[in-house]
Design a protein around this ligand. Sequence first.
Ligand code: UD1
Ligand code: CA
Length: 447
Amino acid sequence: MSAALIILAAGQGTRMQSDLPKVLHQIGHAPLFVHAMAAGATLAPARTVLVAGHGADAVRAAAMAHDPDITVVVQNEQLGTGHAAAQARDALAGFDGDAYVLFGDTPFISATTLQAMADARAHHDIVVLGFQAADPGRYGRLVMAGDTLRRIVEFKDASDEERAITFCNSGVLCCSADPLFDLIDGTRNDNAAGEYYLTDVVEAACARGLSATAIACSEAETMGVNTRADLAAAEAVFQDMRRAEALETGITLQAPDTVFFAFDTVIGRDAVIEPNVVFGPGVTVESGARIRAFSHLEGCHVSAGATVGPYARLRPGAEIGNDAHIGNFVEVKNAEIGEGAKINHLTYIGDADIGAGTNVGAGTITCNYDGVFKHRTVIGQHAFIGSNTMLVAPVNVGDRAMTGSGSVITRDVPPGDLAVARSRQDNKAGLAVRLMDKLRAAKARKE
Ligand code: UD1
Ligand code: CA
């Protein structure tokens, strides 16, 4: 059965105390709704519809950036979850598979759980995802009779008897798209909240002779984000999941609790990640690479056998070749570092190509920015850049060329040449001692 996703994300999230719509707050550097979409993506949906409302323009832009095929519809007034889901009707015209309604602020529903819902759909027209709540609080209650779900009652509308039920509604629901919108049309807002409840489709379906059931997932999966404290807790959950996954897939984390992953971090087997490493978005680390302590990486690729850090910073466009070494207090941005090249100390390499086997001395800087434009530095293979070389781009240094330490290189250096661009040293015989004696004598006269 083909699937479509309807992701509800119109709410403002007042309790976030934020100018940003709630679903744009991030976990692991990806907006909340992207996590819901990623779970849903495992159903290989034919269509994905995001229902935006508060901050719809910003939400649309973020959604399109993540998935250009997504359809974003706008719910202008937030009249309830049923009304929100109904906004997807036009976008799903002609679609005759199953619609899965997910909440954009609920990031941890697992692929396994969604698959279990899909399996249950074989026997029932509607499948609701429930959970046994440790503290059922204000969740909607699932009124079961055997494995039949009779109805869902919101806390506000529930009798004392119904409030005693601990099997609660996560909000996730799966139903054939065909009856779903008709069923929503039949719902009314004459309830305690004055809203059109998506949950009311269950009772309406039963009245039509359709069958509904609920399956259970762990309460942890249903965790929603309503406050900054929830967001911090969700980030912690995300990081713990990613750390566990990393360990399971053969990555060494020496101090897992101190390593922070992004949503899309990809690390190969047998890579070693030392303590206190932060991965921003867009990082790939290949098998057997080593990321040493206190390094910060984003938008970069580290090839097999390379070593990065300690205290290195790789910024977007850093391509680190096989077995290259990037050492302490080295920053690399938009630069390709060739196989086996070494840049070990206190260096800035930006907008550059560094050839295989080249050694870049301590304190080297590619002067890539003239205040308006960025320029490229191209260094060949097996070159030797002396310590504290300023490479004023655009500039090329050929294969096996050298620069003298302290040089300011403004012109190309041909292959094999040694460029020295600094003033010549002049030793004044005995002058240091004579100068000091003179200064000390002057001080003594003043005292
Ligand atoms: C909903 C369920 C409740 C369930 C709980 C789980 C209903 C009626 N109730 O209640 O049974 O236990 O979730 O957390 O469905 N939204 C819109 N437009 C709207 C209203 C909501 O897009 O008009 C979105 C919100 O942004 C949010 C989600 O739908 O992502 C859930 O809405 P919310 O108001 O939090 O529902 P609850 O009252 O918590
Ligand atoms: Ca909620």
